[in-house]
Design a protein around this ligand. Structure first.
Ligand code: HEC
Length: 216
């Protein structure tokens, strides 16, 4: 009612203008908070239909017809520059294996290592690392190495890291299954096993407090 009294007080010209403005406002749907599935009305739509490529679409510009380009060689994704050779490759800058793990080997690290070892190494290398895992019952081409071999005892930590990462001869790579941090934990556990010796009872910790490290 108030709107009507307001209109009556003014000239017909003014009334017409108010009605036109109101119609424009409501029909263009730009009232705050109003929702519509239709595209908004743009007085000047020339930017709406610009030429552009969408992901996975065809290109008439590039000879291979693909819109999505292969990144330039040696491109590194943000946050993925693994400069630390010792930690990520177990090697010094000159390519030699590092002798000792870059981790500060705590009980937590050993416990995590034991837990991961039980999942990823035990089936072949055995619960004690003596090379007599379950796999022997299934005619694996050659028996897995015992971690009590002088060869493994004398191996630099970096070389064991390399074996887990890249595999060796008849052992597959575990780079996808075992993230970098866990590889070092497993190595800590293997060193504990070697120190303890094969005949001693299993007194190594079993808790696994560490979270998975994402995206290794
Ligand atoms: C599918 C079975 C399998 C699994 C799982 C496995 N290994 Fe092996 N590993 C082998 C075999 C087989 C060899 C002997 C390879 C050869 O000499 O051909 C070996 C050898 C090794 C060697 C000695 C390498 C050398 O230079 O002679 C190390 C160290 C080793 N494995 C560590 C690990 C660790 C740590 C894990 C767990 C992350 C693991 N392996 C998981 C089968 C396995």
């Amino acid at each position: 009612m108030r709107a009507r009294t307001f209109l009556r007080k003014h000239s017909p010209g003014f009334q017409a203008m108010v009605i036109v403005v109101a119609l424009v406002v409501f029909s263009s749907g730009c009232g705050r908070g109003s929702r519509s599935d239709k595209p908004p009305i743009h007085p000047n739509p020339n930017m709406d239909t610009q030429e552009k490529y969408k992901a996975q679409s065809e290109s008439r510009f590039f000879p291979d017809g693909a819109t999505m380009r292969t990144p330039v060689e040696h491109t590194v994704a943000r946050g993925q520059l693994r400069e630390d050779d010792a930690y990520y490759r177990g090697k010094l800058e000159n390519g030699a294996f590092i002798n000792t793990s870059p981790l500060n080997v705590t009980d937590e690290v050993r416990a995590r290592g034991k837990e991961r070892f039980m999942i990823f190494c035990k089936p072949c290398h055995g619960i004690n690392g003596d090379g007599k895992g379950k796999i022997l019952e299934y005619k694996y081409p050659i028996p897995p190495t015992s971690f009590y071999d002088e060869k493994v005892k004398n191996m630099p930590d970096g070389q064991i890291f390399d074996v887990i990462t890249n595999g060796i001869r008849n052992m597959p790579s575990y780079r996808q299954q075992v993230p970098v941090y866990d590889r070092w934990c497993i190595i800590a556990h293997i060193r504990s096993l070697q120190e303890r010796g094969l005949s001693a009872p299993d007194t190594l910790a079993t808790v696994a407090p560490h979270q998975n490290e994402p995206g290794q």
